[in-house]
Structure formats: structure tokens, C-alpha cells
Ligand binder design. Sequence first.
Ligand code: GSH
Length: 233
Amino acid sequence: MIDLYYCGTPNGLKMAVFFAETGLPHRVIPVRLGKGDQFKPDFLKISPNNKIPAMIDHDPVDGGEPLALFESGAMLLYLADKTGQFLPRDLRGRNEVIKWLFWQVGGLGPMAGQIGHFNVYAPEKVPYAIERYARETHRLYEVLNTQLAGRDFIAGDYSIADMACYPWIVPHGGHGQSLDDHPHLKRWFETIAARPAVIKAYDGIEDSYISQRRMSDEERRILFGAPAAKTAS
Ligand SMILES: N[C@@H](CCC(=O)N[C@@H](CS)C(=O)NCC(=O)O)C(=O)O
């Protein structure tokens, strides 16, 4: 059995999509980010960076002790290897997927996260930050658009690279982006959105997603103002 420490945010949803696609048995352990669950000592033992997603595989393939992981990219790679799905085995195919997976984790996620923050959550409008991150996010959307020209999926067949990127394109409105500017990305986005597993993963997400409308001042303080080390001790 796998324990998935989860909240319905873009990084969490990557994992929900993977589990929905594979049907791999797992147990969801909700992490209430707005309540500060991510700073609890037991969670920090699994995820020292105080972020979801994280997981424990109680039945790793080497038959050893339970294996704990954090970082969505590492988790997707691990689970793809474990199941033998959504990651090619051949050298070139595998590294094509890994390349785009790292691009998402190191580029698209952090930049889109920043424009989302300054557009939606920041208590004041900071024009420089909004312009800087909107421009960079637009550039990254266009990189993906170019990669998708003449391709159905990001890296060969549908893979963990698509699963990692899709949840970061879903909030394109909050990122100040229009998919009409990126036609190949738009076509890919609509294809992924129609997959039954993706529909299942996103089912009811409006109830759990932390939207600006429902975020209290206390939740904002916990998510955006609390130094991790202080809170964790
Ligand atoms: N690079 C990490 C990013 C994880 C991340 O940023 N998680 C956010 C939710 S999407 C989180 O847990 N935030 C809680 C906090 O910062 O306190 C990954 O890909 O897993």
C-alpha cells in the first residue's frame, strides 16, 4: 500500500492523475495546507521541505523498509518505474521524458506559481513582479507550445511529463495567459482534459482547492508568512 500525502493543488494533482491513470492502490492522507499540517513534525520527517506531495511506499520492490519520498518529480519517476507505465524503458525515450519532467519541476512550476501568487494571492499589486513572472510564464507556455507542434504529447507517448505539466496549465487564467496565444498547447490541453483519469482526478477539486475567495487571513499567514524552521520547532 502507498500512503499519498495530498492536497488538491497543482503539484498534488499530478499525483492524483498518475494514480487515476494506473489504478495503483493507495491511501490518501489529506494535508490541510491552510491549517499548517505541512509543518507538523511527523509530516516533516517525510517531507522536510514542508510541501506536498509526499508518499510512503510500504511495499517497495526491493522488499525492504517502507520508502518515503517527497518532490513530485521524484515521486512520478519512482511510481513510473514501479508500475512500468508512462515512462519508456529505452535510453532515449526515457531521457526525453525526464528532461521535460525536470523542465516542469524547475521552470514551469516555480514561475507559474509566482505569477499565480502575485496575480491572485498577494495582498498588494506589485507591477514589477507581475510583469516579470507573467512574461516568464508566457515564455514557458510558448516553449511548451513549440515542443507540441506536430506532436500529440510532450515527449513521445503520453507520459509522466504530460501529467506533471497539465496541472500547471489548468490555472492559465490566474497566470494571466490565454491558450489562444499557444494553439498547439491548447490542443494538447483539451486532449489531456478529456482523459477519463484526468476528469476523475479533478472531480470535486473545487471543494478542496485553496481559492482566494475561501482563504482566510490566518490561512494566508500560514501559507505565505510563516518561516518553516520557526513553525516546525
Ligand atoms: N517542487 C515541489 C513543489 C511542491 C509545492 O510547492 N507544494 C505546495 C503546494 S502546490 C505546498 O505544499 N505548499 C505548502 C507550503 O509551502 O507551506 C514538488 O514538485 O513537489
